[in-house]
Design a binder for this molecule. Structure first.
Ligand SMILES: *Cc1c(COP(=O)(O)O)cnc(C)c1O
Length: 391
């Protein structure tokens, strides 16, 4: 049996896989088992932000693996301490909790918000308001938080206490606010939901309303964080900070890692023994994340993401003049979506044949999340292919 046959026979068939077997990656280029090359405009869904097989990350991982991989959070380890310091001192937050995925980081955020009010003597404040078309993960609590029905199909009873409201609609938020709500949870820019940015006035009004009600604001930056949107964290674009933020995808450039960051005040919701995980912040992934952070957090690196993102959006928008199928081009930095009035999956297939990996979401939206090291030439080459395909 070959790789495809084995996978289809032995692995749960929960993924709609594209018919390619990849064997190697370097920068923004991937190789399949037949030796064909592809330019990767998805980066493992906004994960491999420094590109595949980044030499410094590879070196860090190899050295750390040969030094100390894991000892449990019963003990102190330097990479975790150093990473927490970096994340905290470069953000609104005072404390970090390390997990292994985006869903787990969001689980930690949900638990923290509930326990914060429980310990403050407000045990009725348990509800979390989240947004329609949001995506927060696939564990029971995070799929309950997620605002997309297809992800919940067959899993009832869901975790209680989640209210979904339309995104970018402050009146809907006001209408659902009462003394039983402990937090609002949202992505500053919805990723899986279609690359939909929050309106600047909306996100400011959400912050103000949370302050007025004395409840917590959670930003899920699992997809938008770590430089993806041209700032270290996407909420910096809006000048609004949350009380709790979650990160994951790009944290360790492909090694599994999540983080939940919180202000000192919100962090009081957890005490000794409140939450734990075996693998979270293990020296191996934390060391990789430190190397990633040292590169991505450089102002010149982030400025380059902003510049290339603007260039990419400008080139895509310029296609609109000749291709009426394109309905909108949006996003921040190098998280870009293009809405078309046709089937996005068809374009994804055709792009693959021409050697470009892109992604379709919500049926009619093309998502681009290339490695942040993508070049102008690679952007031009993809735009030329899209130009020919959309004709
Ligand atoms: C991918 C994603 C998650 C889930 O992360 P996993 O690592 O797959 O659990 C949660 N929230 C957002 C915004 C995401 O994009």
């Amino acid at each position: 049996m070959n790789t495809k046959e084995k996978t289809d026979k032995y692995v749960f068939n929960t993924y709609g896989r594209i018919q390619k077997v990849f064997v190697k990656g370097q920068g923004a280029t991937l190789w399949d088992e037949e030796g064909n090359t592809y330019t990767d405009f998805l980066a493992g869904i906004a994960v491999c932000s420094l590109g595949h097989s980044h030499p410094e990350v590879a070196k860090t991982v190899a050295e750390q693996a040969a030094t100390l991989t894991h000892v449990s959070n019963l003990y102190y380890t330097a990479p975790q301490a150093d990473l927490a310091e970096k994340l905290v001192t470069s953000s609104f937050a005072d404390r970090a909790f390390f997990a292994n995925s985006g869903a787990e980081a969001n689980e930690a955020a949900i638990k923290l918000a509930r326990r914060y009010f429980n310990k403050k003597g407000q045990p009725d404040r348990v509800k979390i308001i989240s947004m329609s078309r949001s995506f927060h993960g696939r564990t029971m609590a995070t799929l309950s938080a997620t605002g997309q029905d297809k992800i919940k199909d067959g899993f009832a009873p869901l975790v209680d206490g989640f209210i979904h409201i339309p995104f970018n609609d402050i009146d809907a938020l006001k209408a659902n606010m009462d003394h039983t709500v402990c937090a609002v949870m949202m992505e500053p820019i919805q990723g899986e939901g279609g690359v939909v940015p929050a309106d600047p006035e909306y996100i400011k009004a959400v912050r103000a309303l949370c302050d007025r009600e004395g409840i917590l604001l959670i930003f899920d930056e699992v997809q938008t964080g770590m430089g993806r949107c041209g700032r270290l964290f996407a909420h910096e674009i809006y000048g609004v900070t949350p009380d709790i933020m979650t990160l994951a995808k790009a944290l360790a450039n492909g090694l599994p890692m999540g983080a939940m960051l919180a202000t000192q005040e919100a962090a009081t919701g957890f005490a000794l023994g409140s939450h734990a995980t075996t693998f979270g912040g293990t020296p191996l992934v934390a060391a990789a994340a430190l190397t990633v952070f040292s590169i991505i957090s450089q102002p010149a690196f982030l400025q380059d993401v902003v510049e290339k993102g603007q260039y990419f959006k400008k080139q895509l928008s310029s296609l609109q003049a000749t291709h009426p199928h394109i309905k909108a081009v949006r996003g921040e930095g190098l998280l870009v979506g293009m809405e078309i009035d046709g089937e996005a999956g068809k374009i994804v297939e055709e792009c693959l044949k021409k050697g470009f990996i892109i992604n379709a979401i919500q049926g009619n939206i093309l998502r681009f999340a290339p490695p942040l090291i993508i070049s102008h030439e690679e952007i031009d080459a993809l735009v030329a292919v899209l130009d020919s395909l959309l004709a």
